[in-house]
Design a protein around this ligand. Structure first.
Ligand code: G6P
Length: 371
């Protein structure tokens, strides 16, 4: 087993560090010479031409990837998108038909609720695209087309590299649909593709810093590891990032954590804030940056400890936060793929400091095949 971990103390850490490579593999062959090629979708082009709505069905971390995709697909293709957790979708008598593209996101391809939900959608005539990491898994037999993550095996129960690659593949699909709808010019496409291709090296940069002498994440996580509760806030694509950051922390460190849309905090959850409840704000460069900063100021006013994920070069944010973890600059849509890396590392180090079984957390399974 030590050999399989490739020198890392845990599979989770190994898989966090594999993310640049996993992302390269997910993009490989799909972006060539600055252009997008999704040959997997060629056979269903006719089905896709008629769609008026998209429903993304998924659970857990895959659901968070779906929530992110809602923001970008709506923006790029101007097609309404709903992301819904599979355990709700299957019992809500879903309104889907041939005009609704259903996208199943499931790294294992075996999650029972997702399979049942997608079977229902198919029975109602909806075209289905599966996004999964496991070749020939059950979901692939229920789908009209499959986009594989190509992330390589993920042994740790918590999803890390399959999250990043699910988001990337959903984004590629969004770009494809945007192009098909005539909403993305070739110049914009070049800009997106260039930014996407830079992401693996940008993730590498974050990981290299985190393993060097200047690392802030591990010491910070260690200091925070004894708190009983934490909050994560963000807006726009920062919101699903906050949800995923909170989920990672809950799953492996057992610290109670919640993610919120930053603007919603004042409508209830702000009552939970006190000096013993630290908060992570996702404040990377975006069109809602100023709004996030003002939410962070509200939090500071309650004496909560504020940690922030920000874009390199943003010195101004330091005045609003006790700790700032920087990530490289990218397009707003792609920022979650960078912002999530320090949050994964934070969860990992907090869990190690608490002596938790990070590779196999209590009560969790890699794939949940019961309903
Ligand atoms: C389990 C795992 C989670 C995962 C979820 C969905 O609960 O512990 O990490 O996000 O299932 O899994 P899937 O294979 O459908 O993506």
């Amino acid at each position: 087993e030590a050999a399989e971990k490739g020198g890392y103390p845990h599979f989770v850490l190994k898989e966090i560090y594999e993310q640049p490579q996993a992302l390269r593999r997910a993009l490989a062959g799909r972006i060539r010479e600055g252009r997008l090629h999704l040959s997997e979708l060629e056979s269903i082009q006719g089905l896709l031409a008629g769609i008026q709505r998209i429903v993304i069905v998924a659970c857990g971390t895959s659901y968070h990837a779906g929530l992110l995709a809602k923001y970008v697909i709506e923006q790029w293709a101007r097609i309404p998108v709903e992301a819904i957790t599979a355990a709700e979708f299957r019992y809500c008598d879903p309104i889907v038909g041939p005009e609704t593209l259903c996208i199943a996101v499931t790294q294992s391809g075996e999650t029972a609720d997702t399979l049942v939900g997608i079977r229902q959608a198919r029975e109602r005539g909806a075209p289905v695209i599966a996004i999964t990491n496991v070749v020939a898994s059950a979901i692939t037999r229920l789908s009209d087309a499959v986009l594989y993550l190509q992330a390589g095996p993920e042994i740790g129960v918590v999803a890390t590299k399959t999250f990043v690659t699910s988001v990337a593949v959903l984004y590629l699909l969004g770009l494809y649909l945007g192009q098909q709808q005539g909403r993305i010019t070739s110049e914009q496409m070049r800009e997106f593709v260039t930014a996407l291709e830079r992401l693996p090296e940008q993730i590498e940069h974050i990981l290299t810093q985190a393993s060097g002498p200047e690392d802030q994440i591990a010491p910070l996580a260690k200091r925070m590891s004894q708190v009983s509760s934490m909050m994560f806030i963000g807006r726009g694509v920062g919101f699903p990032t906050a949800l995923e950051g909170a989920l990672k922390l809950k799953e492996i460190s057992y610290i109670h954590a919640e993610g919120f849309p930053a603007g919603e905090l004042k409508h209830g959850s702000i009552a939970l804030l006190d000096p013993d409840t630290p908060l992570f704000g996702i404040a990377t460069a975006s069109h809602v940056y100023e709004k996030v900063v003002s939410n962070i100021q509200e939090v500071r006013a309650r004496d909560a400890r504020v940690m922030v994920i920000a874009t390199e070069g943003d010195e101004k944010i330091r005045q609003h936060a006790h700790d700032v973890l920087y990530v490289p600059a990218t397009l707003e849509a792609f920022s979650p793929l960078l912002a999530i890396i320090p949050l994964q590392l934070f969860a990992y180090h907090a869990a190690v400091a608490r002596g938790c079984n990070v590779d196999q957390p209590r009560n969790l399974a890699k794939s949940v095949t019961v309903e």
